[in-house]
Write a protein that binds this ligand. Sequence first.
Ligand code: NAP
Length: 262
Amino acid sequence: MDLGIKGKWALVCAASKGLGRGCAEALADEGVNLVITARGAEALEATAAALRARPGAGEVRTVAGDITTPEGRAAALAACPQVDILINNAGGPPAGDFREWTRETWIAALDANMLTPIELIKATVDAMAVRGFGRIVNITSAAVKAPYESLGLSNGARTGLTGFVAGLARQSKLASRNVTINNLLPGPFDTERLRSNTAAVAQRSGESFDALWDGRRMSNPTRRFGDPAEFGAMCAFLCSVHTGYVTGQNVLMDGGAYPGTF
Ligand code: NAP
C-alpha cells in the first residue's frame, strides 16, 4: 500500500532510540523528510545516519535538545520547513510512591508528557489546517487504558493529554481540513527504557533481570514483547493519506494484554 506521504515533512520527537526511532524509520521508508530530536547528540547522529541509508529515505535533519523545554521545542520547529506530520514523544516519568512526590515532581511530569505535546500541537495545527493536511500522533501508554500502580505520574499526565486531545481532535475546523490527532498506546515494547525499568525492579526486589524479563514476556498473550518496527508501521499508517476519517482515537498496541472486550 502506498501511504501517499512521500515528500511531506515530519517532526519526530525523542527519536534516537526506541519507539520514536521506530516511527522515524517507518516514515523514512515512505520517503517522508524528517527532523528528529533527542538530548544526546551522539546517538541522534548515529540514528540519522542509519535513517539516511534506508532505501527511499528523504532528507533527515537532527536537533539535539530537550523537547520538554521551550528552547528545545523552538529549535526543533525551526529546523522543519513545515510540519505536515508531528510525532509527539519524550521520556516517561519515573516510577514511585505518590506520597513522596512534590509539586515540582508533578510539574516535571506534566511538562514532559502533557504540556510539551500540547505546545507542539498549538505551534503546528493551524498551519496544517490551512494546507489541508496534517497528521499528529502522540505516543502515550497502555497506562491510559489500565493504569500501572507505580507509574502514577505517567497515568496522570498521559490521561490529561488524552482528555485534551479527545476534545481538540473533534473540532471541525481541524477534522474538516484533513487534520487528524490520534494517540498510540504502547504496551511492553523491547526498548532501552523497558530494559532499564526491568533492571531497576530487579535491583530493588533482588530477583534476577532474566527471571523478571521472561516472566513479563510470558505474561503477554503473544509471549513476546512488541518490536519498535511494528509500532512504527502503525504510526506511519496513522500518518498516511488513508486515515483522514480516523481522529481522536486511542490505538492500543499491547499484544492483547488489556483484558477488556472493547
Ligand atoms: P527509550 O528506548 O528510552 O527511548 C527514548 C528516546 O527519547 C531516546 O531517543 C531519548 O534520547 C529520547 N528522549 C527522552 N527524553 C527526551 C527529551 N526530554 N527530549 C528529547 N528526547 C528525549 O524509550 P521508549 O521505550 O522508546 O519510550 C518512549 C515513550 O513511550 C516514553 O514516554 C515511555 O514512557 C513510553 N512507553 C514505552 C513503553 C515501552 O514498553 N517501551 C511502554 C509504554 C510507554 P535522549 O535520552 O538522548 O534524549
